[in-house]
Design a protein around this ligand. Sequence first.
Ligand code: NAP
Length: 298
Amino acid sequence: VVTQARLIDGKAIAAALTQQIAGAVAELQARHGVTPGLATVLVGDDPASRIYIRNKTKACAAVGIASLEFTLAGDTGMREIVALIERLNADERVDGILVQLPLPGGIDDRQVIAALDPAKDVDGFHPLNVGRLWSGEPSLVPCTPQGCMLLLRSVVAQTAGVTAALIGRSVVVGRPLAALLITADCTVSVVHSKTRDPAAITRQADVLIAAIGRPQAVTADWIKPGATVIDVGINRIVGRDGTPRLVGDVDFDAAREIAGAITPVPGGVGPMTIASLLRNTLLAACRRRSLPEPLPPV
Ligand code: NAP
């Protein structure tokens, strides 16, 4: 008898977290008269980026976080972008600043990120937050890795001593996740495009996290029987019947026969990313005012 892996329902877990955040925001307002605020900065009019910003604004509204949207022309220069960031750094209504990346060609993302007040850096990309994360100190943790950790903890209550393998080492996903897993006392392997025989490494892992950006690249032979599999990938493919659909980096149907628990795509990591952004904005609002944090560390 083949038993199928348990599904890790990111949508439901994100909904529960979002509800918790809404409660904490209401309490912050009632007790301290504070409404957390998120400022989004979009440079240019990339349609996909516009949709992301709209979704973030909607998610804020649903939990009572105020949002301020700033849209700059695609040809805005570095000096003007940094001037806006500095204004937002000084703006008392703003607890979180999110710069939609990538910025248009010619603008150095890193220089813009470095201009952020680290206390308002809700994406967790400022060098100070990166350094704190790697030092195991309190920081604002990048949203997608944070979402992965929360999903992992929903399955694996005790992470100490767990063997984890990460596929991918991007600045946005793989690297911060490696830091989080180390802090959670996991034993971590990171494989990437230069790794020799990555499957031999990932097959040893109790927890496998794929962040590659290649549709269904992780097949059953990469997975240890009973492992917890978290699929960060979001890839658009055309199905056998000719209709476009979203798939992860893991071959879901095959993986489900061998894994112990697995995230679906969509409905896994995706919803957790946006919930984590709300979580960071709430935490930033509390920390900036030295108020107690209503949610535990990741
Ligand atoms: P990325 O910056 O392109 O990084 C991909 C990583 O995978 C790189 O480290 C690369 O290695 C590695 N890699 C590529 N081919 C490989 C192979 N054959 N074997 C082993 N490793 C390989 O991508 P990313 O930004 O981390 O995103 C990864 C995926 O997650 C994408 O599908 C993206 O759409 C998705 N994503 C989802 C969310 C969400 O909210 N759910 C958020 C962010 C990203 P090298 O370093 O050697 O090049």
